[in-house]
Design a protein around this ligand. Structure first.
Ligand SMILES: Cc1cc2nc3c(=O)[nH]c(=O)nc-3n(C[C@H](O)[C@H](O)[C@H](O)COP(=O)(O)OP(=O)(O)OC[C@H]3O[C@@H](n4cnc5c(N)ncnc54)[C@H](O)[C@@H]3O)c2cc1C
Length: 489
């Protein structure tokens, strides 16, 4: 048993855990963050291969221009001094190849409308209406306005009860335009007729304001937050996996690590998947009906990711993201499981602002967990030759397609690596390696969302499964969790 009693133990050092750690340590609380991996950051982690660095789960961020919402959070978290940003092309930060035709999202409302109106002059008013609607939804949301936000107030949004496709159909009858406006689907891994409009609106609004890559890798966000936490007196321990959250008859008292060590605290915050949280708790405070409800929640689809290393000065740097869909029906194409890839998101890694050539790139495509389920009992690096061959076959198909879309690129690839949902499952502990965690469903919002409060009064949950995912969603979730904890005690 550790001799120190902490005010708050935070389980997991993903973005959510780090933001909570920052806010609470800055507020004078004695915090301890526990991370199962050797590296902090969860999806903010990077890894090195072939002499270059790759992001794993934070490729671009929206609303970081001075005064915009994410910029305000970066200021509040003192991130601007350590995290270097590079603006994506304002005339087309996201570009889409949908059934062979190219379309662009440009930054800022006017430029966005202007750019798409060139291809859809008859839809100009609809595009103006689109921009206004997603702005209105975002601005009305308590998640965009922390002062108004309560734990469950976001459940009151009417846009939780309508789907992304219903929202877009209410704005334009033009099916192709609806598909283009759905083109950023990999950013939320949505499902037609299920994913609530607010998830899409909040995310799209932030990217339309401005879009940025992180120069040198997203681990700079994690490192900056960790350094601040330590400077406020907080502690962070890596290689410290929590195997139990121990409770007495009415509250949590301590956590137990896999090596048996028990550490006490007054308050606990979890930044891990709620399905994992309830497995850690053996207490009557968590009722069977709640356990069952959480355990049955569906998760968003996982990813197959290719990490490419290019030969020196061979591939001009693309200052935009490239989305590919084989067919016009974006929803169906994204979720179609076929041997040949039907959709992907291709992004160059930013190593310095204004660079001429790309050193490396990533290609992400959705991957059903069933494709790798037979290796579920294996661990990273020990999955065997059959798994390696499976990944290689998959990678070659993706690279063939990339070669068709970018003639000449195949000969510029020096090396590549790949990952599957199993990789993410083992690194971040998310169920089945799901990309964004719990899949929210507009048909049953209450049953497909988890409150930050639990029946254990001194245990609060944060992270991408609570409220909303991504840089903005998780930051907001963590701000709310730390605010709740401060109100509680
Ligand atoms: C492939 C991919 C691409 C993405 N791209 C973007 C993007 O471009 N822009 C964007 O805004 N968002 C993006 N996201 C989403 C974003 O990265 C996540 O929503 C966010 O980082 C999740 O943060 P989190 O705090 O919920 O926790 P996570 O990042 O999931 O971290 C959880 C942490 O808890 C640790 N942990 C788990 N169990 C235990 C335990 N028992 N004991 C101790 N520690 C434990 C894990 O090791 C991990 O470090 C992407 C996500 C993925 C997967």
């Amino acid at each position: 048993m550790s001799n120190t009693t902490y005010d708050t133990i935070i389980i997991g050092t993903g973005l959510g855990g780090l933001v909570c750690g920052y806010k609470l340590a800055k507020g004078g609380r004695k915090v301890l963050l526990l991370e199962k991996n050797a590296q902090i950051g969860g999806c903010l982690q990077t890894f090195r291969r072939f002499g270059v660095k790759y992001d794993t789960g934070m490729h671009y961020i929206g609303a970081l221009d001075k005064g915009q919402i994410m910029y305000q959070f970066f200021e509040e978290l003192n991130l601007l001094k350590d995290v270097h940003l590079s603006r994506l092309d304002e005339n087309g930060f996201d570009r889409f190849n949908i059934a062979g035709q190219e379309y662009k999202y440009a930054s800022g409302s006017e430029r966005f409308v202007e750019t798409l109106s060139r291809q859809f002059p008859e839809c100009r008013l609809e595009l103006e209406n689109y921009v206004r609607r997603i702005q209105d939804i975002a601005e009305a949301s308590p998640l965009y306005n922390l002062n108004k936000a309560g734990d469950s107030s976001y459940l009151e949004s009417p846009y939780l009860h309508s789907s992304v496709n219903e929202l877009l159909a209410s704005i334009s009858n033009n099916k192709l335009l609806q598909n283009i406006l759905t083109g950023n689907l990999p950013l939320y891994a949505g499902v037609k007729d299920k994913t609530p409009a607010y998830v899409y609106a909040l995310l799209s609004d932030s990217y339309l304001q401005s879009a940025w890559r992180i120069v040198g890798g997203s681990d700079s966000i994690a490192q900056s937050l960790a350094n601040s936490i330590r400077s406020f007196g907080g502690e962070i321990r890596t290689n410290s996996e929590v195997s139990k959250i121990l409770c007495d008859s009415d509250k949590a008292t301590s956590v137990q690590l896999t090596d048996g060590e028990i550490i006490e605290a007054k308050h606990f915050i979890t930044d891990i998947h709620p399905q994992r949280v309830i497995q850690l708790i053996d207490s009557k405070l968590i009722r069977p009906v709640y356990r069952e409800r959480v355990q049955q929640m569906e998760n968003t689809v996982g990813n197959f990711t290719l990490y490419l290393k290019f030969k020196e000065n061979s591939v001009p740097y693309l200052n935009h993201n490239y989305y590919y869909y084989a067919e016009e029906d974006v929803w169906a194409t994204y979720h179609r499981q076929q041997a040949d890839p039907q959709s992907f998101l291709y992004m160059h890694q930013c190593t310095e602002d204004g660079q001429e050539y790309a050193q490396c790139a990533e290609i992400m495509l959705p991957m059903d967990y069933q494709e790798v389920a037979k290796w579920a009992g294996t661990t990273t690096g020990q999955r065997g030759s059959e798994y390696q061959e499976f990944k290689q076959r998959k990678a070659e198909r993706v690279l063939n397609l990339l070669g068709h879309l970018f003639p000449g690129i195949s000969s510029c690839i020096e090396n590549y690596e790949s990952s599957t949902p199993l990789t993410y499952r083992d690194y971040t502990g998310t169920t089945n390696g799901s990309t964004y965690g719990i899949l929210h469903d507009k048909n049953a919002p209450e049953l497909t969302s988890v409150s930050q409060r639990t029946k254990i009064p001194n245990l609060i949950m944060t992270g991408q499964n609570i409220h909303w995912h991504g840089m903005l969603g998780v930051t907001v979730s963590a701000m709310l969790a730390s605010k709740q904890l401060t109100v509680d005690s």
